[in-house]
Each structure stands twice: as structure tokens, then as C-alpha cells.
Design a protein around this ligand. Sequence first.
Ligand code: AMP
Ligand code: ZN
Length: 475
Amino acid sequence: MHDVYIFNTMGRNIQLFKPLHEGSVGFYGCGPTVYNYAHIGNLRTYIFEDTLVRMLKRFGYEVTHVMNITDVGHLSSDDDTGEDKMLKSARERGQSVLEIAQFYTDAFFRDTERLNIQQPKIICKATDHIQDMIELIKRIEANGYTYFAGGNLYFDVSKFDRYGELAGLQLDQLKAGARVELDPNKRNPFDFVLWFTKSKFDKQALLWESPWGIGYPGWHIECSAMSMKYLGEQFDIHAGGVDHIAVHHTNEIAQSEAATGHKWVNYWMHAEFLVIDKGKMSKSSGSFLTLESLIDRGYDPLDYRYFCLGGHYRSQLSFSWEGLDQAKSARLSLVDKVLALKEKVAKPAALSELGEKALQYRSAFDEALADDLAMPRAMAQVWNLLKDNDVPAQDALALILDMDEVLGLDLAKAQRKEVSVDPETLQWINSQIERRAAAKKARDFATADAIRSELIAKGIQLEDRPEGTVWRLHE
Ligand code: AMP
Ligand code: ZN
């Protein structure tokens, strides 16, 4: 089995990955809060998790990937303030909370499928696991880490010595820097709710019986309860976006270890943000790009996947349309190269019979993956391979398809489309392109965009190149 090194947020250094059980990995990634569409920033994090899982599988691990669906309890701020996100969305749309949750869960998995993200082995909804959460809270309470105030059960962070270790913060520093706390029941601003019976919002839709009264769970407890249920009380890797380090994951650790009395997760991995114009893309701000909006503009979801592979997961990735255009044309040229190889050879070589040159590229690719998932370096090997005329076509084809098991660009399915357009349509397309160019010149971008959209609706995709606009039929 190949050695794998990963950056552990706990300790903040690169560490050799040692699984708890030889040959298998327990992996938990925080899933979506389903009150709105996922934005492309969220999807970057899920693409990262997907490449991580694919990399581990490539190196021979059997991965049990668990993902939760947050359909209750996530307030509009991560630290227990604000309104329940689900409830707010349901009220705004005049639907029930469960209808909203189902709608956005379906939308989420439609997006992940289009991005070629493999389905986690276990997908678990918070609302299906309330009893597991209650049982866990009982253990935390029995161990003396809680207090009841103003109708809610709180976790007392001062009882947990290692509180804030993941974020690299000490509690006294945290206290000094704390904002004005809105909840007067808390003894310490970093205490958090395990179980609410008193909400500021009287119309809480989903309520359950519990030893602390009728109410609903705090957000953080679901991840502790469900990960332990499916992966055991200690497991290998937990991942999410960097925004989860300071509050959500910090609180998950405190409550999990308070319940069990021992270490919970061995490796923490966090994906940096996708940013636009140096700002964070956020779901709650309401202005964000969805995968659908990229598709509407004529992009293939895999163009976005390719775009994400171009950045290391621990660096911020800056989104721009130009960047996405570049990713698109790079991906299409990759597809072209694979098609040319397929046309050249009857079938790919067997991996066990690769020649020396191909093996060198394969090991450089694997080294990059095993070095904290260095995807840009791995991608460079893909291109080096394809540019090297000394690698026999049979070997190149075999290796590129093998590499694609981690890249997830669906290269095995690539096929040449017969492009046949009758002369009348051709004339029409060209006249539309000319109209669009004239509109752009007159800075009438609304008309230009409308023309592009009309062409897309007819299956015609435009690409603006320095020498002019070219078109192709949708793949
Ligand atoms: P949420 O549905 O808001 O709980 O977020 C789902 C996942 O997306 C979490 O792992 C977040 O950390 C992550 N995330 C949120 N915003 C961004 C962003 N702008 N870029 C990358 N990941 C993000
Ligand atoms: Zn979580």
C-alpha cells in the first residue's frame, strides 16, 4: 500500500496517514444544510472530498464515507444565534420544512452527480437520528459537562480542557476577543446549545420529546452522533470547509470527547474557500452562483470540476469566468487528446504491462496525490504524459484512463459527436454570432447575453477566442 501524507489541521502539519484498521478508512464529511441550493463554493469542498476518497481508494483503502444532511437545527449563525435556517426558508417559500429539505436534498445530489462526485456510502439525515443525538447528550450530561439555563441545555466549554485546540486558540484568548454575547443564559460566550426547548422563535416546526423537555437539537450534535453511529467512537478522517474549524468542528470535538472520554478523530482536513473578487461566497448572503447557473451559461459541470482540480485544496481558489473558460478549453482539449488516442489504438494496454516511460509518469502522478493531494502537480503529470511522444499510444491511453479514476473527468465515456448542421441552420448561427458581436461592441450586454442564451437553448455553445467567436454543439 502506498504511503499517504496529509495535512492535519489538528497540529497543523503534514503527517503520514495511519489508519486505525489496516486497509480501511472511516471518513466523515459534513454535508449540506438543505435550505437552499448548494453554491459553487460548497461544491468545491465536496469535489475536494471526492478526490480525497478516490485517492484513498486508488491506494488500496476501503473507504466508508459518511455524509450528513442537516435538515434541522442549523441557525443562521454557526454559534447558536439567529433563526433556524430551514424554518426561515420554509416560511419565506410558504412550504413545510420537510418539503424544503427534500427539494434541496434532491437538488444537491443532482449537482453532485453531474460533477461526477461519487455518492457517499452512508447518507444520513439529522431528523432520522434525533434519538441517537439524545442518547449522546445524556452521556455528556452524565459526565458533568452540561448545565440547564433558560430552558436550554448547554455545553460548558470551561469543563473541557482542550477546547479550541483545533482552531489553535486558548479559551482565555477566546474570551478576551469575544463579541457581545446575545444569549444571557450562557456562562461563557463559547458555550453552545445541545438541546433547545426555548427558542426565540415560537413557530419551531419540528419538535421532539427529550429528557430536557420538548424541543430540538443544537446543530453540532448531529455530526458527533451520526459519525459515531456509522464509524465507531473513534475514526480516521473528518473533513469540511475551513469555516467549520473555529466553531462547528471545535464544538463537535468537545462534545464527542466529553461523551466518550477519549480521542474521537485522528485527522482533520479542511478545504479553503472559493472566493469571488476576494470575497467569500456564502449561502446565507443570498447572492451566489449555483452549478445550474454555470450550465445556463453553456458550461459543462465537468468544466467546473476541472477548474477546481487546478487549485490545491488548502489554497483559496479565486473564481472568474475567464478562469472557467480556460478550464473548459483545457478540458475539451484533454477530451480531444483521449479521443485521438482511442482512434489510434484498438484497446488500451494492460496496466501491468506499461512500459518504463509510462510507469514514470504514473509514479510521479501518485507521488503528487500522496503528498497531501497535490492536484495541480498531478494534473501537470497528465499533460506531460499526453505531450510525450515517446510513450506508446496504448500505454498513454491506459494510463490516462487510470488517472481519471481520481480526476473524475469521465474520460472513459468520451465520444466524438457527429456534427452535422444543415446549411440554413449554419447561416442562422453565423448571423446570430454577428448580431451578438455587434451588440457587444455597442456595450449592449443584455442583448448579447440573450443571444448566447438562445443559442445555448438550441444546443449551441459559443466560445470567444482572440481570433473571434467559435461555436460547437453541446457534448
Ligand atoms: P453548508 O451547507 O453551509 O453547511 O456548507 C457545506 C460545506 O461547504 C461545508 O463544508 C462548508 O465548510 C463549505 N463551504 C461553505 N462556503 C464555502 C466556500 N465559499 N468555498 C468552499 N467551501 C465552502
Ligand atoms: Zn458537521
